[in-house]
Design a protein around this ligand. Structure first.
Ligand code: 13P
Length: 253
C-alpha cells in the first residue's frame, strides 16, 4: 500500500521563536494526528538542526528541507547539499516548488540533477509540478504537467522513481484560497499515475505517493483525499496552524 503523507511547507515564514512554538504545538497534538499517515514538516533551513534534536523521540513526525543543491560539497556559497541534510537525519526534501522555478529560475535539467542527488543520499524527493493559470486556461495543462514530470523524473531507473513522492500543485491554487476541485486534481493525479504505469509498470506506479497542494485546508481536504490517486497533501498556509494541520491529517477516508 502507498504511503499517505501530509507535509507542511512552512516556506519563508516564522522567526525562530515562532517556529519553535509551532513545533511545540504540534508535539502537544501527538496521538491526535491521522493513523498510518506520514506527517512531515519543512521549516526554514536554519531551524533544521535544532528541530532534528527536538523531535528525535517523536517517531511520528518527520523533517523535510525546502531545497537542496545537487553537488555533495564545495564552493557553492549559500547552498545546502543532500549529504549535509542526511547528516541531520532529514528524510524528505522538496524539489522544484513553483516558487523556486519562478523566483530562482530552476529548470527541468537542474531539477533532474537534484532529484538524482537526493536519492543517492537516501533522502526522498518531493517533486513539485503544476501549471500557471494561463496554461490551465489555454487547455494545454495536461501536456504541460506531463512534460514537467517526464523531463525531470523519467530519466531515473525504475527502482529510483519508486523512491520519489510527486506533489501536484496548480500555481493558480497556491496561496489564493481557490483550491482545485477534487475532480480537477484527480484528473491530473490519474494522468500522472497512468504515465508512471506506461513507463515503469503498474507495480512501481502504485508505490509512488502523489500529493495535492494549493489552498488545501481542514474543510476541503476530505474531498480531495477521497480521490483514488490523491495520497495526501503538501500544505502551505494551513500548515502554520497546528490544529488545522492536524485536522488535515485526519481527512483520509
Ligand atoms: P498553500 O497551501 O498556502 O496554498 O500553499 C501550497 C504550497 O505551495 C505548498 O507547497
Amino acid at each position: 500500500m502507498r504511503k499517505k503523507i501530509v507535509a507542511g511547507n512552512w516556506k519563508m515564514n516564522l522567526d525562530y521563536s515562532e517556529a519553535k512554538a509551532l513545533l511545540h504545538d504540534l508535539i502537544k497534538l501527538k496521538g491526535k494526528f491521522g493513523k498510518d499517515v506520514e506527517v512531515v514538516i519543512c521549516p526554514s533551513s536554519p531551524y533544521l538542526a535544532v528541530f532534528a534534536e527536538l523531535i528525535k523521540d517523536q517517531n511520528w513526525l518527520h523533517l523535510g528541507a525546502q531545497n537542496a543543491y545537487f553537488e555533495d560539497s564545495g564552493a557553492f556559497t549559500g547552498e545546502i547539499s543532500p549529504i549535509q541534510l542526511k547528516s541531520l537525519g532529514i528524510k524528505y526534501c522538496l524539489v522544484g516548488h513553483s516558487e523556486r522555478r519562478d523566483n530562482f529560475n530552476e529548470d527541468y535539467a537542474l531539477l533532474a540533477k537534484k532529484v538524482k542527488a537526493l536519492i543517492a543520499h537516501d533522502i526522498t524527493p518531493v517533486f513539485c509540478c503544476g501549471e500557471q493559470l494561463q496554461v490551465r486556461d489555454s487547455n494545454v495543462y495536461r501536456e504541460f504537467v506531463m512534460k514537467q514530470i517526464e523531463d525531470s523524473l523519467f530519466g531515473l531507473p525504475a527502482p529510483e522513481i519508486a523512491k520519489c513522492v510527486i506533489a501536484y500543485e496548480p500555481i493558480w491554487a497556491i496561496g489564493t484560497g481557490k483550491t482545485a476541485t477534487a475532480e480537477q486534481a484527480q484528473e491530473i493525479h490519474g494522468l500522472i499515475r497512468a504515465r508512471l504505469t506506461s513507463t515503469f509498470g503498474e507495480k512501481i506506479a502504485n508505490e509512488v505517493p502523489i500529493l495535492y497542494g494549493g489552498s488545501c485546508k481542514g474543510d476541503n481536504a476530505k474531498e480531495l483525499f477521497s480521490q483514488k490517486d490523491i495520497d495526501g497533501g503538501l500544505i502551505g498556509g494551513a500548515s502554520l496552524k497546528a490544529d488545522e494541520f492536524c485536522a488535515i491529517s485526519n481527512s483520509f477516508v
